[in-house]
Design a protein around this ligand. Structure first.
Ligand code: ZN
Length: 352
């Protein structure tokens, strides 16, 4: 169990993933990266029409399957309007607050493949000009992108190839500290994606035989509600979403343990499977927190809503300041990696 979590490789891979722009709807590059990662490991996978990747490792029991999912899509934005002042107005992709991206550097991805840099700012940012700058509402009418090109009007913007519908990605600002923290945007859910990919690598390299055929579903539409809600193989009995634990006042989740979710906005997760995971953590000495996420949905609940008859559960690393200036600690990644391994190598809940 000790060597399930390789800190250096995990952080290196996480750093690579957060630096590949992938707002929901613009995930081709990151899914190609995932595909070649699996290909290099010699793992078979298929890609859905929606672009998700499902890698499968055959187990001793091939009639009852398990599925684990994490998502690579992130928050982002799209060009809503080209403004007469040579800047652009944004529309959000996913749920966040404008103040969480104010001041952020960004990239505009044009249809002809150019990457144009810019900064997300309030129109009224200059304090030497706008007296009320600090009090104005952060919304789509005040927030705009200052493009790092000589653009004085809408025509100039269009001349460099920017058009309505172009994707805009936010810089992740990935950073690790001596004290073990990982600070970056998009830890939701690239931290879990990293852990799933590392798990697949570990199973393959250590030649571990799994008790059940297990699918690793890397989804790419979770932030907009329909990531892992299709293409679930019919033999799947247990469906686990590996996604961030929500931290804040009244929450038990933290940055140092694996967070197991009992209930979120979609309702309770499967009670027996959830408590099976709690017991696995207990018996393996894995630090965990059982929690409830007040404003949250996962690909597991999306699959249930889509009509799949599966037992569903949710766990993952605790992520501080989610959908904003996210942070977690290696302790949380390690605890999650250990619970993942304990789970995929354990007997099925329903067969107890
Ligand atoms: Zn997520």
């Amino acid at each position: 169990m000790k060597n399930v979590f390789n800190e250096k490789n995990t952080i290196d891979l996480l750093g690579q993933l957060v630096n590949i722009p992938s707002p929901s709807g613009y995930t081709k590059t990151i899914m190609q990266f995932i595909g070649s990662y699996l290909h290099d490991l010699g793992i078979e996978y298929k890609q859905t029409n929606k672009g998700a990747i499902i890698a499968t490792i055959k187990g001793e029991n091939d009639s009852s399957h398990r599925l684990l999912t994490a998502h690579t899509d992130t928050l982002g934005a799209m060009v809503k309007e080209v403004k007469a002042n040579g800047r652009i107005k944004l529309t959000m992709i996913g749920g966040f607050r404008w103040n969480a991206v104010e001041g952020e550097y960004c990239t505009i991805h044009t249809a002809d493949g150019k990457k144009i840099r810019g900064t997300i700012l309030m129109h009224e940012t200059t304090v030497h000009v706008y007296k009320e700058a600090g009090d104005l509402k952060r919304d789509e009418n005040h927030i705009e992108v200052r493009i790092d090109e000589k653009c004085f009007n809408a025509e100039d913007v269009r001349k460099i190839g920017i058009e309505v519908g172009d994707f805009v990605s936010f810089d992740p600002r990935f950073e690790t500290t001596e004290s073990g923290f990982i600070k970056s945007r998009h830890l939701d859910d690239k931290a879990s994606t990293t852990l799933l990919l590392q798990l697949v690598k570990f199973i393959k390299e250590q030649n571990i035989s799994l008790p059940y055929t297990t699918h690793f579903y890397i989804s790419n539409n979770e932030e907009i509600g329909y990531g892992g809600n299709s293409n679930v193989p019919e033999q799947v009995v247990e469906y686990i979403a590996v996604d961030m634990g929500a931290i804040g006042d009244g929450q038990s989740s933290d940055e140092y343990t694996v967070s197991i979710c009992a209930k979120d906005s979609s309702g309770p997760y499967h009670y027996e499977l959830t408590h099976y995971l709690v017991n696995l953590a207990k018996t393996n000495g894995i630090q965990y927190k059982l929690d409830i996420y007040p404003y949250y949905g996962s690909d597991a609940s999306a699959a249930i809503r889509a009509g799949y008859d599966v037992k569903h559960a949710l766990f993952g690393p605790g992520i501080e300041a989610s959908h904003a200036y996210e942070r977690t600690h290696v302790d949380s990644l390690k605890a999650t990696a250990e619970l993942l391994f304990a789970y995929v190598t354990s007997p099925m809940d329903s067969e107890d």
